[in-house]
Write a new protein. Structure first.
Length: 142
């Protein structure tokens, strides 16, 4: 007998451990809002929530932008000093296009040989329920 509920199970390989935490946080946001499903809006909310990493990367007034090309290590400046909010100054307001472009600069380049998974990341899914065909067709078009 077919389920009366739509179910979607997703398997992702090759993710950084930080993604597990992010997805769990998105699931808790959905749950806290009385939903049994996680949507893109929950993931967005998790991404922009108070995150200890984002303030390090966020542009500051009168300060150089920290990108993956920064001379220091993540969380430190070129001289090795910790990049605290006090050292960085006030955050800069960004328009959505500026935010999108800035976040794109955080994307790392190729994985060095011998680091991380042996194969590229993949996403697979299984859908069941009364709308399974419709949802599958939608996903296959994307």
């Amino acid at each position: 007998m077919a389920s009366e509920h739509d179910e979607c199970t997703v398997t992702v390989s090759g993710v950084a451990p930080s993604m597990v935490s992010l997805l769990r946080f998105a699931a808790s946001i959905a749950r806290d809002n009385g939903r049994n499903w996680v949507g893109a809006e929950d993931l967005w909310a998790a991404l922009v929530a108070d995150n200890p990493t984002a303030p390090i990367w966020w542009p500051r007034e009168g300060k150089p932008r920290i990108t993956r090309g920064w001379k220091g290590s993540i969380g430190r400046d070129a001289d090795g000093n910790m990049l605290t909010s006090e050292l960085q100054g006030d955050t800069v307001a960004l328009s959505y296009p500026e935010f999108r472009d800035y976040v794109t600069t955080w994307v790392p380049g190729p994985t060095p040989e011998g680091v991380g998974p042996a194969e590229p990341a993949t996403v697979t899914y299984e859908i069941s329920g009364p709308h399974a065909e419709e949802f599958t067709a939608m996903l296959e078009r994307s």
